[in-house]
Design a protein around this ligand. Structure first.
Ligand SMILES: [Zn+2]
Ligand SMILES: [Zn+2]
Length: 235
């Protein structure tokens, strides 16, 4: 490490993304050793459609009963405990810098689980108003890091056209209604005909956000639409 970097680390010591514990000056890691040990990717048996951990083969209850527009979804972490708290800081407490850690982990996970390489990676958009207030779209930050790591092309193909409430404040049925027809193609996007696309989202709860995005992309001609979520809420 160069002296300059050591000094920067000294003045701004690196803290664990998950528990805020100080990490050694010389470390390049994002997590303390405790959190590193306690944090695992989702693996083992998952729903073959949405990536939800299940203890039986095939599809989860929701996917069996709901038509999904996306072809397959993958999720890196369970939305619980320290991951959940860190995602909350990432979204609502100005910790956009966490994207570097989370986006890199999404790319590692994608390598392990063979998430398909696609023509375009598309982040779930947020409204202009929310972006102004927050200063960034967390999914866009994740998609940027992911694309750099996996050498994929990121495009902002979608826009949010309907004012929606935050999904986490709603019940299942309301969530589906809340995001229904909330997205559209952005005006200057590329021709998606016969393309493959990967949607990047932060939290998969009912899957309705990812699904509405997939619907728009499929209607625009995309042949395959996959979803990669940083986390999935497991019930
Ligand atoms: Zn920690
Ligand atoms: Zn499922």
């Amino acid at each position: 490490m160069r002296l300059k970097d050591v000094l920067i680390r000294f003045v701004y010591p690196r803290r664990c993304v998950l528990c805020s514990e100080l990490i050694g000056i010389e470390s390049d890691k994002y997590l303390c050793s405790d959190c590193e040990k306690a944090t695992e990717y989702i693996s083992g048996n998952v729903c073959e459609k949405c990536g939800m951990p299940i203890d039986y083969p095939g599809m989860c209850r929701h996917c069996r009963n709901t038509k999904r527009h996306f072809d397959e979804a993958f999720a890196v972490y369970r939305y619980e405990d320290r991951i959940r708290e860190a995602i909350h800081r990432f979204k609502y407490r100005g910790k956009g810098g966490y994207a570097k850690f989370f986006g890199t982990e999404m790319a590692h996970f994608a390598d392990l689980e063979e998430v398909p390489y696609v023509d375009y990676v598309v982040p779930v958009p947020i409204s202009d108003e929310r972006r102004r207030r927050r200063g960034y779209n967390q999914c866009e930050l994740l998609a940027d890091v992911y694309c750099r790591e996996r050498r994929q092309v990121c495009i902002n193909a979608l826009v949010r056209i309907k004012k929606t409430k935050p999904q986490n404040e709603l019940k299942r049925k309301e969530r589906i209604k809340n995001v229904k027809n909330a997205f559209a193609l952005s005006n200057d996007t590329v021709d998606l005909k016969d393309s493959s696309v990967l949607i990047i989202d932060d939290i998969f709860t009912t899957g309705s956000t990812a699904d509405e995005c997939a619907k728009v992309l499929k209607r625009a001609g995309a042949a395959e639409v996959y979803v990669l979520c940083l986390s999935i809420s497991v019930k």
